[in-house]
Design a binder for this molecule. Structure first.
Ligand code: 16G
Length: 241
C-alpha cells in the first residue's frame, strides 16, 4: 500500500490511505483507529512516520486523541456556506441536526465604544450582552456573544434567546433582516473558551465577528463568536469576474 519509491512522503501516503478508509466507512466517526505500533507493522514503516501522519490528521481535525485511550475518527466537519445570511437554528435544521443553546449570561450593559459605533447608537446606550453556547445534536459548536440595542428590542428575554433570536426578530417583531458584514479570523481557545467548547486549551478556533442590518439599513446586532475549527469549515462558490 505504501510505495517507498514514490516521491510522495510516506506519512502523506498513510494519511491518504486512512482518509480513504474513513470515506469507505471502514473507520467511522468515534471509532478508535489501530495503535501506532499496529499501523507501523501493517504499513511496514517506522513509528515516527506513523506518528507524523497521525499528528497531521489530528491537526486537520480528521482524528482526535484522548489521553490514555487512543486516537479516534472525528465527526465530519460541518460545511458552512459563506454566502447567505442564516441563523444557527436554521443552519442546523437544514442539516437535520437539532440546535440548542445554553445561556451563559444575559445582561443589560452600557455599550462599549466599538459596539455603539457598529450599532449606530449613542455611546454607553443600553445594550443586551448575551452569551450563548450553541449546540448541534447536543455537541458544543460555538460560543456566541451578541450585542443588541435595548431600545430596539425592549421585550427580549432569556427564554427568547434560548430559542432562535432571528425567528423572534423576524416573526414576532416583524423586522426583516437584510444583510451583514462578517469577518473570520484564526485564533486559539483560551482556558475558559476551551472548557465551554469541550476542547483542549489552545485548540484552533475560528473567530467570527458579524454586524447585521435590517432591510431598512438599521444595524441591529454585533456578534462575536468562536467556532470550533475541528467541527467547521467555510465554503463558497467563487466566480471569475
Ligand atoms: C448565527 C449568526 C449570529 C446570529 C445567530 C442567530 C454568526 C457567525 N452567526 O449564529 O450572528 O445571531 O445565528 O441564531 O455570528 P438563532 O436565530 O438561532 O438565535
Amino acid at each position: 500500500m505504501i510505495d517507498k519509491k514514490s516521491p510522495l512522503p510516506m506519512y502523506y501516503q498513510i494519511e491518504e490511505d486512512i482518509k480513504q478508509r474513513i470515506s469507505n466507512n471502514e473507520f467511522r466517526p468515534s471509532d478508535m483507529i489501530p495503535s501506532e505500533r499496529e499501523l507501523s507493522e501493517s504499513y511496514e514503516v517506522s513509528r515516527m512516520t506513523v506518528r507524523q501522519a497521525m499528528t497531521n490528521m489530528v491537526n486537520e481535525g480528521v482524528l482526535f486523541r484522548e489521553k490514555g485511550k487512543g486516537t479516534f475518527v472525528a465527526d465530519e466537519k460541518i460545511e458552512q456556506p459563506l454566502q447567505g445570511l442564516t441563523s444557527f437554528t436554521e443552519d442546523m435544521k437544514k442539516r437535520g441536526m437539532e440546535a440548542s443553546s445554553k445561556l451563559i449570561s444575559f445582561e443589560k450593559v452600557a455599550a462599549p465604544l466599538d459596539i455603539s459605533r457598529k450599532l449606530a447608537i449613542e455611546e454607553e446606550a443600553d445594550v443586551y450582552q448575551i452569551q450563548r453556547i450553541r449546540y448541534a445534536d447536543q455537541k458544543p459548536m460555538a460560543i456566541e456573544k451578541n450585542f443588541l440595542p435595548v431600545a430596539m428590542f425592549p421585550g427580549l428575554s432569556e427564554a427568547i434567546v434560548l430559542g432562535s433570536l432571528y425567528h423572534y426578530i423576524e416573526q414576532t417583531k416583524k423586522q426583516p433582516i437584510g444583510k451583514a458584514n462578517q469577518m473570520i479570523e484564526a485564533t486559539t481557545a483560551d482556558e475558559n473558551q476551551a472548557s465551554l467548547l469541550d476542547i483542549p486549551t489552545d485548540s484552533a478556533v475560528l473567530y467570527i465577528e458579524r454586524n447585521s442590518f435590517l432591510t431598512d439599513g438599521t444595524p441591529f446586532e454585533v456578534v462575536k463568536s468562536s467556532y470550533r475549527a475541528d467541527r467547521y469549515k467555510f465554503i463558497s462558490d467563487i466566480y471569475r469576474a
